[in-house]
Write a protein that binds this ligand. Structure first.
Ligand code: NOJ
Length: 553
């Protein structure tokens, strides 16, 4: 087992951790082929240490035909040559630990690649073979079995079933190249416990569990009812998601995680109808965290934000799990664009997230204020959902454009040559190099916020917020240690009758607000650093539109 090196031995490190998501294809290219890789990640670990995050979650780098950006795994114990070797992965883990960073890897248990050895064997050995029992193979409906076995639809569009030349159909909730495992089969259960151990033995600190809510399907694979799905408390209940039986899987995984020293964790990607259903995955003998997609899906609206914050905290408290907060990831439109296109609002949203109790997830590039790339030509797109949905939906390439690190022109220091998706021509001012040392930059805002979060552990602690009175459209809450956060979600400057204290950090100038700048990639507004900031008002304090302020009472 790899030593944990400089990683602090503290238990429960994950309860208030800030975890940075690396999408390996798009983070940094170490070998000059235009595709991000493990060597690139390794070279940039000091950047992540300096940013001030606690842990790094790596999206899949396993052997894969890349039908879905690596979420189609052909071998769970091998690295895809495009990303490097197992030795490179071990080096990333070791270097990260030396720098005091923890490493979380993705695990993809709902489905594998159609090139996985088990599925190839299942195809080759034909109907009735034992090899087919590890997947969901069925005869079709209709006189000649020409219709899919049930009415389930793929998340990426089209039927969730594909027919083989021998007449049988197999289930794939995602692309046809991603056959679903049959989790009733003991061999599947054993294999994944073994895969967990393989990576735990290499020293990883945890797992992000892909489609954690999808592993177990309702007995008999019943129809969803052609859109007339069963409803529970007003929410659709799908026979392939959030089935109660899935919790047995995570109870058995928890015993494996707990065999290892050093607080190894698992975070669920579980899309459930309610925060209460999400909390079931986080009971003390199951997983540690789950992404808070209810928060991610909430608009920039004070009452809605307050409601989702309360609901999230209320749901997690009974199971003793920390709430988590996330604004962006590799599957959704970047929050700067999603929340309306203004960098000011994106910055305000980030400071709100980082003042909430629990753990927060940062998606690579949000610390640079990157917008979604919305004008990628169709012929460069790679997201399978784009093709399956006839371009109507599934625009996940726009948040996966390779990061700009330095220089004036693409590839902006991403690597020596091109990039697998084209970068915009106007990203020179958004590079890490351009923003480093500029107190007005979004990168320095994130660095300062993360530094303050370390120095004021009250910001991430606990499982409650104390709401304070505030004008309409403004959120105000107190955190332990005498810290107050105010968030002006309105389109106008708001006067706070009495400033709640000394400003620690602001996402934008407080008084004399500058006009909104949406034309330039970097806003003209700037945060107030602790050293530069003095409130020169006699009592009132004007907080600009779309501004979050951290105050020390
Ligand atoms: C969720 C992942 O985040 C997404 O990128 C992937 O397409 C699906 N799961 C299928 O694995």
């Amino acid at each position: 087992m790899t030593d944990q090196h400089n990683v602090t031995p503290a238990t429960d490190w994950w309860r208030d951790a800030v975890i940075y998501q690396v999408y390996p294809r798009s983070f940094a290219d170490g070998n000059g082929d235009g595709m991000g890789d493990l060597a690139g990640i390794r070279s940039r670990l000091p950047y992540l240490r300096d940013l001030g995050v606690d842990a790094v979650w790596l999206s899949p780098f396993y052997a894969s035909p890349q039908a879905d950006g690596g979420y189609d795994v052909a071998d769970y114990r091998a690295i895809d040559p495009m990303f490097g070797t197992l030795a490179d992965a071990e080096a990333v883990i070791a270097d990260a630990h030396d720098l005091g960073l923890r490493i979380i890897v993705d695990i993809v248990p709902n489905h594998c690649s159609d090139q996985h050895e088990w599925f190839r064997r299942a195809v080759a050995e034909g109907p009735g073979s034992v090899a087919r029992e590890r997947f969901h193979f069925r005869k079709g409906r209709g006189d000649n079995g020409e219709l899919p076995p049930n009415d389930w639809e793929s998340i990426f569009g089209g039927p969730a079933w594909t027919r083989l030349p021998d007449g049988e159909w197999y289930l794939h909730l995602f692309a046809p190249e991603q056959p679903d495992f049959n989790w009733e089969h003991p061999a599947v259960q054993d294999e994944f416990r073994s895969i967990l151990r393989f990576w735990l033995d290499l020293g990883v600190d945890g797992f992000r569990v892909d489609v954690a809510h999808g592993l177990v399907k309702a007995a008999g694979l019943p129809d969803t009812g052609h859109g007339e799905q069963l409803k529970l408390l007003g929410h659709h209940v799908l026979p392939f998601f959030d089935q109660d039986g899935v919790h047995d899987v995570y109870r058995s995984w928890r015993t494996v995680l707990d065999e290892y020293e050093g607080d190894r964790i698992a975070v669920a990607e579980a899309w459930t109808p309610t925060a209460e259903r999400t909390a079931l995955y986080l009971r003390p003998d199951e997983l540690h965290q789950a992404f808070n997609f209810h928060y991610l899906n909430t608009g920039w609206d004070a009452p809605d934000l307050r409601a989702v914050i309360d609901e999230s905290l209320d749901a997690m408290r009974p199971v003793g799990a920390p709430a988590t907060w996330v604004l962006s990831n590799h599957d959704v439109v970047r929050h700067r664009t999603r929340l309306g296109g203004s960098l000011d609002r994106a910055r305000a949203a980030a400071l709100l997230m980082l003042a909430l109790p629990g753990s927060a997830y940062i998606y690579q590039g949000e610390e640079l204020g990157l917008p979604e790339v919305t004008d990628l030509p169709d012929d460069v797109r790679q997201d399978p959902s784009f093709f399956r949905a006839n371009g109507q939906d599934g625009l996940r390439d726009g948040c996966r454009v390779p990061l700009p690190w330095s220089g004036e022109l693409p590839p902006y220091g991403f690597g020596d040559t091109g990039t697998w998706l084209p970068q915009p021509a106007d990203w020179a001012r958004l590079t890490v190099q351009a923003q480093t040392g500029d107190p007005d930059s979004t990168l320095e805002l994130y660095r300062t916020a993360l530094d303050l979060r370390r120095r004021h552990p009250g910001l991430g602690a606990g499982n409650t917020v104390e709401w304070l009175d505030a004008p309409d459209g403004v959120l105000a809450f107190r955190r332990p240690g005498g810290l107050v956060c105010t968030v002006n979600t309105t389109q106008a400057a708001v006067t706070l009758p009495e400033p709640p204290g000394r400003v620690l950090l602001s996402s934008r100038h407080l008084s004399a607000p500058s006009p909104l700048s949406t034309s330039s990639p970097l806003s003209t507004s700037s945060p107030l650093s602790t050293s530069r900031h003095q409130l020169n008002t006699a009592g009132d304090c004007v907080v600009a539109a779309d501004t979050t302020v951290w105050w020390e009472e």
